[in-house]
Ligand binder design. Structure first.
Ligand SMILES: Cc1cc2nc3c(=O)[nH]c(=O)nc-3n(C[C@H](O)[C@H](O)[C@H](O)COP(=O)(O)O)c2cc1C
Length: 521
């Protein structure tokens, strides 16, 4: 209803919706998807009515392809998993096994996506698959993202990945990297060829028992109208078994800007996402892009999103982001786990992983996802400098922790999950943006777990200097090991802890001052 009001108000899209509706209304009424009527006040009803009357036709049409027949026999293997209300985005070189191990130690319910794996990599490395596809059973629910533009390789890759029992196979249609998009039609460029994407999805679905999904942008270069997005979604969903789309709600610019700029320069257009929710009521949509806190996740879910995918924030601030997922999104009781306990478990994992493939992975590789674990906490800067120095000579996670964790106060290591170490009552511009796109909900006062002092160009909270640079970087400089070495996990003397908590109190005081000033301003 609220979404309809948005569209009724939004003259900008109405001519496009009208054209779309005229051009393809009969086809859409057969397939049960498509954009809503020009009359924003009644489109939702119209859409769902047409859907209910046409769903059997749609099933019939889909079953006429072999891929659909295979998919119709499937049972959803992940039925016993929590719903994918919250997922961590696929991020190349970030969401590797090491990160996912950490993420799962923090959140039991978040769905985890792998980095994108090119179909060719899987096919050419078929004698070495564990290195690319293996993961521990605790990582379920886990989704494999594959990329590619060759149907044969996509088929083989999916088949080779099948024994690893991923819970969903996702196809990348959103990556703007020249390394990907420049090599033929791959990544975001594929949005210009929905017919191929539908074929690829049918081929993928035919070679796996898992559900399949597409992750895409809202457009590419000048092909950025809502109408073109609808066309893509309609063609892919009506010509393949794809029922789940993850929408990174900004377009991709394929020429001239870097992948990192492609995640910040094109503006977020959440209204496209909410339009799809309205216009394709049979499909499942996950929103992605610029969503950084659990409050923003919950705002998007309240506005109707079936799922919310978080990328950079979940890597850059894993504790502050993932630490609230189980309780605030899934309603689970707090596990009370602390960072000390998590690191103890991570050490066991890390020491079994380091050097598993000759010189790789190194301690630096394995420890990289930890670098955001103490984001904005006292001792964080020192810990990063120590880590930077330790990477030069540590060969085990145990020695790495012994050398670095002395920088982190006990109260930080021992504070339980789900308790923000600092926070503030703020008007979140981001939540307002989401609410507005979803239909103009009232501005809300929300408690957000935002303890940083800058806003990025999406209006969302982000760490100073990190938002555009895409990730926590170890501080430069030599080691800072004036204190004697000790076990990383052993507690430090009380006085040290109390000095640190005094520093924390004073830093929180100045932070509160700043926040009050911001709120007034
Ligand atoms: C370092 C990095 C690597 C990424 N790699 C992929 C990838 O392999 N596949 C993909 O679909 N998206 C990739 N993305 C995009 C993210 O999945 C996500 O769509 C994007 O970061 C927007 O979400 P966010 O604003 O929550 O970060 C990557 C993003 C980053 C920062």
């Amino acid at each position: 209803m609220t979404i309809n009001i948005l569209y009724a108000k939004s003259n900008r899209y109405q001519p496009l919706l009208f054209l779309w509706s005229l051009l393809s209304s009969s086809a859409r009424s057969q397939a049960g998807g498509g954009c809503g009527s020009v009359n924003g006040t009644s489109s939702s009803t119209t859409a769902s009515n047409s859907t209910s009357t046409s769903s059997s036709t749609q099933t019939h049409q889909l079953l006429s392809t072999p891929a659909a027949m295979v998919s119709s026999l499937r049972t959803r293997r992940h039925a016993h998993y929590p719903p994918p209300w919250f997922s961590v985005a696929p991020m190349m070189e970030w969401t590797d096994n090491h990160y996912r191990t950490l993420a799962r130690l923090i959140s039991k319910n978040a769905w985890l996506y792998t980095e994108m794996l090119a179909a060719e990599t899987i096919v050419y490395q078929k004698d070495n698959l564990d290195r690319f596809l293996e993961y521990s059973p605790e990582q379920h629910p886990i989704v494999l993202q594959i990329g590619g533009n060759n149907l044969e390789n996509l088929a083989k890759a999916t088949e080779l990945a099948e024994p690893y029992k991923y819970d969903e196979i996702n196809f990348n249609c959103g990556c703007p990297s020249p390394r990907v998009a420049g090599h033929g039609c791959f990544g975001a460029r594929l949005m210009l060829d929905p017919k191929f994407v539908a074929e690829a999805m049918s081929v993928i679905a035919a070679h796996t028992d898992a559900p399949v999904s597409v992750k895409c942008r809202i457009g590419v270069d000048d092909h950025d109208s809502y109408n073109e997005l609808c066309d893509f979604i309609y063609k892919v969903s009506s010509q393949s078994p794809t029922r789940h789309f993850i929408i990174h709600s900004r377009k991709a610019l394929l020429n001239g800007i870097s992948p990192a700029e492609n995640r910040s320069i094109p503006p977020l257009k959440y209204e496209y996402f909410y339009g799809l929710l309205r216009d394709f009521p049979d499909l499942r949509f996950t929103i992605n892009g610029g969503i950084n806190t659990v409050d923003e996740v919950n705002a998007a879910r309240r506005a109707g999103a079936h799922g919310v995918m978080v990328g950079r924030a979940a890597f850059q601030k894993p504790w502050h982001t993932l630490g609230h997922v189980d309780t605030a999104i899934y309603g689970a009781p707090s596990s009370g786990v602390t960072r000390r306990q998590i690191l103890e478990k991570f050490q066991v994992y890390g020491d079994s992983a380091v050097g598993k493939y000759g010189r790789k992975p190194t301690v630096r590789d394995v420890a990289r996802p930890l670098l955001g674990l103490f984001h904005s906490e006292p001792g964080n800067g020192v810990w990063k400098r120590k880590a930077d120095a330790a990477f030069l000579h540590c060969t085990t996670m145990k020695s790495f922790f012994e050398e670095t964790l002395v920088a982190i106060p006990d109260h930080v290591l021992d504070s339980p999950i789900g308790e923000p170490s600092s926070g503030a009552v703020l008007l979140s511009r981001h939540v307002r943006l989401l609410a507005k796109a979803a239909g103009g909900a009232e501005e809300q006062k929300v408690k957000i777990n935002c303890d940083t002092k800058k806003e990025d160009n999406n209006g969302s909270c982000s760490a100073a200097g990190i938002a555009l640079a895409d990730g926590p970087k170890p501080a430069k400089g030599s080691g800072f090991s004036k204190k004697p070495k000790g076990s990383g996990f052993s507690k430090k003397p009380k006085e040290v802890a109390s000095q640190r908590s005094q520093r924390l109190v004073s830093s929180q005081r100045s932070q509160r001052k700043w926040l009050l000033k911001e709120a007034k301003g």
